[in-house]
Design a protein around this ligand. Structure first.
Ligand code: ZN
Length: 92
């Protein structure tokens, strides 16, 4: 058997393996914040007032302040907003 034939076989096996793997797609936990790509889910995008990232409403963190609801991409932004918007005077 020539080495080229072996190579062709190997490539064929690789392609078959890739196809099989492609069939059983599993959802991998990848954070998809930031880029506004094409999403299957038609959701309302809300803007994070801290980092100005657009986040789907259902996965955004909510904070109510004086009757206004704010949305955040992550807890870090929420905390930062809380700190900035509501500076409590210290007891002294
Ligand atoms: Zn943010």
């Amino acid at each position: 058997m020539s080495p080229i034939r072996l190579l062709v076989l190997a490539v064929l096996f690789y392609i078959a393996w890739r196809l099989l793997r492609g069939l059983g797609k599993d959802s991998n936990p990848v954070c998809r914040t930031g880029k506004q790509g094409e999403s299957k889910v038609q959701d309302v995008l809300v803007e994070d007032p801290v980092c100005h990232t657009l986040v789907p409403k259902h996965q955004a963190l909510q904070l109510r302040r004086r009757g206004v609801t704010y949305y955040f991409c992550c807890e870090k932004c929420l905390r930062a907003f809380e700190r900035n918007s509501d500076r409590k005077p210290s007891h002294g």
